[in-house]
Design a protein around this ligand. Structure first.
Ligand SMILES: C[S@@+](CC[C@H](N)C(=O)[O-])C[C@H]1O[C@@H](n2cnc3c(N)ncnc32)[C@H](O)[C@@H]1O
Length: 152
């Protein structure tokens, strides 16, 4: 899932840092990472430097760095309740790596569990569930839409 889509989901759902959030099928933890960044007031995509707009000739890297530092200085290290459940260990391992790379491994809590079995959920009450479930069907784009029509 694209991080920007995950962030848009959270914005539309009205997530803010005060809310307890769980993704019941967290995969690589994209939704949880975006929630953690939002809760800690860290700008989306803060690690990225290869934006296309940096090639525009009026782009000034000094000004960009000043803005960047200014935004980052407003981040916080609060404690938030952001949880993920994932059925498969290899996906959970990937999620852990992604959280560490994003610098939010101390903010996101990942359980090995089954969305269909509430006994594997963390002992919490949740304000929100935000999830991107498996659909079971992938569109075969390379063969064209004609060959990938499914009945739903
Ligand atoms: C579409 S992926 C989620 C992708 C995720 N949003 C991301 O950006 O990486 C769905 C995930 O749900 C997991 N999953 C499937 N059935 C599950 C279940 N019953 N309980 C928990 N996780 C499940 C799959 O292993 C997969 O990682």
């Amino acid at each position: 899932m694209k991080p920007l889509l995950a962030l848009a989901m959270l914005e539309l759902a009205g997530y803010d840092y005060g809310k307890t959030l769980i993704d019941l099928m967290c995969g690589g933890a994209t939704i949880l990472i975006e929630a953690a960044l939002k809760a800690r007031n860290i700008p989306h995509n803060y690690l990225r430097r290869d934006f296309s707009f940096t090639k525009i000739n009026v782009f000034d890297s000094r000004v960009f760095e000043i803005f960047r530092e200014n935004f980052l200085s407003q981040s916080n290290n609060g404690v938030y309740k952001i949880y993920g459940i994932e059925k498969f260990e290899h996906h959970r391992e990937g999620a852990k790596i992604n959280c560490a790379k994003a610098g939010v491994d101390d903010t996101v809590f990942l359980n090995l569990g089954d969305a269909l079995d509430y006994r594997t959920y963390p002992q919490e009450s949740f304000d929100m569930i935000a999830t991107n479930p498996p659909y079971g069907v992938r569109m075969a784009i390379k063969h064209g839409l004609k060959n990938s029509i499914h009945s739903f």
